[in-house]
Design a protein around this ligand. Structure first.
Ligand code: 9YT
Length: 131
């Protein structure tokens, strides 16, 4: 069994990753090197931000437990409000905009295959909004 807590195991370590544009911070509770086939993250999306995301190589499930925001599904030109209790599943490598709302949003995320922890730095499958 593995047991971890945000403090002291994640916050302030290399498992706490800040996005280059400052839009989010991701606390990686489980990563590929844990060897269980998925990674598990507790992510804060900052209020008022917009991030273009395309996970070309991963499936991601996201469950909101606090705050608010929205996701815009580009293929369908559809926007969904996000708040406590809402889940979205990117089962088709869906291109989307993730937008923070009026307060920071806390999202619990699962990735398959698991992130190694290096993806944010090489931008693999995950691109910032360029406009
Ligand atoms: C929900 C989402 O995709 N946020 C961006 C960060 C990502 N979850 C990560 O790298 O942990």
């Amino acid at each position: 069994m593995i047991v971890r807590r945000l403090t002291p195991d994640i916050l302030g370590t290399d498992r706490e990753v800040e996005s280059e544009n400052g839009n989010w911070v991701s606390r990686r509770l489980v990563l590929a090197d844990d060897g269980v086939g998925f990674s598990f993250h507790d992510t804060i999306i900052r209020a008022g931000t917009e991030t273009y995301i395309h996970y070309a190589n991963h499936i991601e499930a996201v469950y909101c437990v606090a705050g608010n925001g929205e996701i815009h599904d580009i293929a369908n030109d559809t926007t969904h409000k996000i708040s406590d209790g809402m889940m979205y599943l990117l089962n088709n490598h869906d291109r989307h905009y993730l937008r923070g709302g009026t307060e920071d949003m806390r999202l619990i995320c699962v990735f398959n295959p698991p992130l190694t922890g290096k993806e944010v730095h090489d931008e693999n499958g995950h691109y910032p909004l360029m406009s």
